[in-house]
Design a binder for this molecule. Structure first.
Ligand SMILES: Nc1ncnc2c1ncn2[C@@H]1O[C@H](COP(=O)(O)OP(=O)(O)OP(=O)(O)O)[C@@H](O)[C@H]1O
Ligand SMILES: [Mg+2]
Length: 253
């Protein structure tokens, strides 16, 4: 479970001054649900997810993840969270298996547990063909699958995905969407950021629309459709953020 209460993050930037990346954001993600965090470029998705994953400290507000406070108990939060960042690095000289095993060890797993879990992940993500090859020559899709496996090797209760299908081909993206859905079906708490509306329609139980750091709309997909009198997620998104002009203005900042 994830609970965010009035979460706020302000950056001090030499050139741009104070940047309110996340403003007073509150939401709840429940086990067995996928919460979609939707927003345009710069809306505050990654910052929100980094706050939940304890990679950043909030300027204000609070959040608990798997029952632990992100500020008071970041180490405990991290044992229960897998965070797939947009820029998860791989060591080129290691094979995928070595890389994933290494992260299992960092998470305190023993060899037998790592082996068993790796077998499951490799099957679910269809990694058998490249598991024992070095990461340096991987395609974008192979890299992303390896990153997902290394992020989730400890089978955390809470899974945070930051735009996991960015730059992937249709088949690889579908494989990853199917994998995320399977995580939800196994009772995981999943938060998933994206700006691809068709993915939201396929995947998310609840969607939160973030715009200029604020959560401007939230609900199940059917609640959002009813509230905005639109069937199409893209139309709902545009209405929720205040029309095309609001998106253009936010992109200028
Ligand atoms: N470390 C930082 N220092 C200063 N400003 C930052 C920092 N990280 C993010 N920001 C700013 O905070 C705002 C929100 O950025 P964020 O990366 O959370 O957006 P996003 O929704 O993930 O966008 P994208 O879709 O492009 O990934 C932006 O204005 C960004 O420039
Ligand atoms: Mg981002």
């Amino acid at each position: 479970m994830i609970e965010a209460h009035h979460l706020t993050k302000t950056f001090k930037d030499k050139k741009r001054g104070l940047i309110a990346a996340v403003r007073d954001v509150s939401f709840t993600c429940r086990p067995g649900q996928i919460y979609g965090l939707l927003g345009a470029n710069g809306a505050g998705k990654t910052t929100t997810l980094r706050l939940l994953a304890t990679l950043l400290k909030p300027t204000g507000g609070s959040a608990t993840v798997a029952g632990h406070d992100v500020v008071a108990a970041p180490e405990l939060v991290r044992t229960h969270v897998g965070f797939l960042a947009a820029s998860t690095a791989l060591y080129g000289r290691l094979t995928a298996r070595e890389m994933i095993t290494y992260f299992g060890q960092l998470n305190g797993m023993d060899a037998a547990a790592i082996k068993a879990r790796l077998k499951v992940l490799s099957a679910e993500l269809d990694m058998g063909e490249f598991l024992d090859r070095r990461c340096e020559k991987f395609s974008t899709g192979m890299k992303q699958k390896t990153s997902i496996a290394r992020t989730l090797i400890h089978d955390p209760a809470v899974m945070i995905f930051d735009e996991p299908t960015l730059g992937l081909d249709v088949m690889t993206a579908r494989a990853i969407v199917a994998f995320v859905r399977e995580c939800r079906n196994r009772g995981k708490t999943v938060i998933y950021s994206t700006h691809i509306m068709s993915e939201v329609e396929k995947l998310c139980d609840v969607a939160g629309i973030i715009h200029d750091g604020r959560l401007v709309a939230e609900g199940t997909l059917s609640e959002l459709r009813a509230r905005y009198a639109e069937a199409d997620m893209e139309e709902i998104f545009v209405k929720a953020v205040g029309g095309e002009a609001a998106i253009a203005a936010a992109l200028k900042n």
